[in-house]
Design a protein around this ligand. Structure first.
Ligand code: SF4
Ligand code: SF4
Length: 125
């Protein structure tokens, strides 16, 4: 029987594509805190991003390959998903090829069964 993986319809309990995006939401600073279809950021998020930019200018920007500053690693989700940048919306859509690639890379979701020979028999490992 061929098993087809269930489609990915939600980012809940994943965040795979957020784990290497460095300081991504600070790009919102350059767009005056406004994105088409999203509207202006709440005041506290503006303040948080401005503070982050100031901190990075002072201490250095996060290295490539580090988690996005909005990624909550414990909850495995974006802390401000409804305000995520356009890049996050356009480049990786739940269930598309980029999403599946990130999930494979980070080991999210069910893995295909693996088999091995043991004592002359094929067994699931
Ligand atoms: S890898 Fe896919 S499911 Fe996971 S957070 Fe990114 S878009 Fe959402
Ligand atoms: S802004 Fe949110 S969705 Fe985008 S990379 Fe950061 S944590 Fe992920």
């Amino acid at each position: 029987m061929i098993r087809t993986p269930l489609p990915v319809v939600s980012c809940d309990d994943c965040g795979a594509c957020c784990t290497e995006q460095a300081a991504l939401p600070t790009s919102l600073v350059g767009t005056a805190f406004r994105m088409p279809g999203v509207g202006p950021l709440p005041v506290e998020l503006r303040a948080e991003l401005l503070a982050a930019v100031e901190r990075f200018r002072r201490d250095g920007w996060p290295a490539d390959g580090t988690p996005c500053i909005w990624y909550d690693a414990a909850a495995k989700r974006c802390r401000h998903y409804e305000y995520r940048p356009t890049l996050c919306r356009d480049e990786v859509v739940p269930g598309d090829e980029a999403c599946r690639r990130w999930r494979r890379l980070k080991g999210v979701g069910p893995r295909p069964p693996r088999y091995a020979m043991r004592n002359g028999r094929v067994v699931k490992v």
